[in-house]
Design a protein around this ligand. Structure first.
Ligand SMILES: [Zn+2]
Ligand SMILES: [Zn+2]
Length: 291
């Protein structure tokens, strides 16, 4: 049984039509496929579904679900960014779209001491001014290390501990407030770090990481094991890292493997995740989401 619930498309920053993903999944023996485009956000960007296309995305997934019923179980989801002052409540998106599940992820981090500036800009900025909004947010994802370094400099004045702490605290707030079905790639802050600013086993980092793990356990959310860093060559481990997965096993946290596909051929790039989970005797592997 093969499944994948972390899937983008041309509606956001992925390549290819939704139907191409469905056809690829069927041809490769999948029993279920969930779509999780990047939720619309209120400022100019080149990665999220545009607000005016949000319902088209939802309706197209639903149409495919009906068309392919009996051949593959298609599900409508969304990867939603939790951004203090900008996108804190997932409910309107869930209700407007009729979503079946959510992946809660943090890619964009404002300085927690200056959320007001961002909130005001999003509420009132027009035209040119709106283009400034991304400069008030640390973008930790994407292909460029340079973007990460610049954001760390501008938003956190090169204080890596303050930035990492803001990342984890933002995730904690997301989990407590929204309880997403799945918590996406929750240690992704390490991707562009590449052991330059800190090591994974430093105590202060481990304490922040484990606090989030504990919160995931308490909230009953599923933790994602995300394989994208491996097949894109941007990271040498899963998100979260193997040692964290071992720790999660001791807490009986349910996990779901997601490939974070941005083109159809990414759908089955599992990068040995299931073999690893089997090897360490992981007790609570979800193969399919239950609805
Ligand atoms: Zn993501
Ligand atoms: Zn994603």
């Amino acid at each position: 049984m093969r499944t994948n619930y972390h899937t983008h498309s041309r509606y956001c920053d992925g390549k290819g039509e939704l139907r191409e993903y469905v056809e690829y999944a069927i041809a490769h023996g999948f029993s279920a496929l969930g779509f999780s485009g990047h939720a619309p956000v209120l400022f100019p960007n080149n990665f999220s579904i545009r607000q005016e296309q949000y319902l088209d995305y939802c309706n197209e997934v639903r149409a495919l679900k009906a068309e392919y019923a009996g051949r593959i179980d298609i599900r409508l989801g969304l990867e939603i960014d939790y951004i203090p002052g900008v996108l804190e409540d997932f409910t309107p998106l869930i209700e407007q779209g009729g979503l079946e599940y959510t992946i809660g992820s943090v890619h964009l981090i404002p300085n927690p001491d200056d959320v007001e500036t961002l909130r005001n800009l999003c509420a009132t900025a027009q035209g040119e001014e709106r283009q400034q909004i991304p400069y008030h947010i640390w973008f930790i994802d994407g292909p460029k290390q340079e973007t990460y370094d610049k954001g760390l400099h501008h938003i956190f004045h090169d204080d890596i501990r303050a930035g990492v702490k803001a990342f984890f605290h933002q995730q904690n707030a997301m989990i407590e407030r929204n309880r997403p079905t799945v918590v996406g790639h929750f240690d992704k802050i390490v991707m562009h770090n590449r052991n330059r600013f800190f090591q994974y086993d430093e105590k202060w980092f481990r304490d922040l990481l484990y606090e989030t793990v504990e919160l995931i356990r308490e909230s009953g959310c599923i933790a994602e094991i995300n394989t994208r860093g491996l097949y894109k060559g941007r990271h040498t481990d899963f998100y979260p890292a193997k040692e964290t997965i071992q720790y999660m096993n001791s807490l009986h946290i349910p996990v779901l493997v997601g490939t974070d596909a941005h083109e159809p051929s990414n759908l089955d790039q599992f990068e040995g995740a299931y073999e690893f989970l089997k090897e360490i005797g992981y007790r609570n592997v979800m193969q399919e989401l239950r609805f």
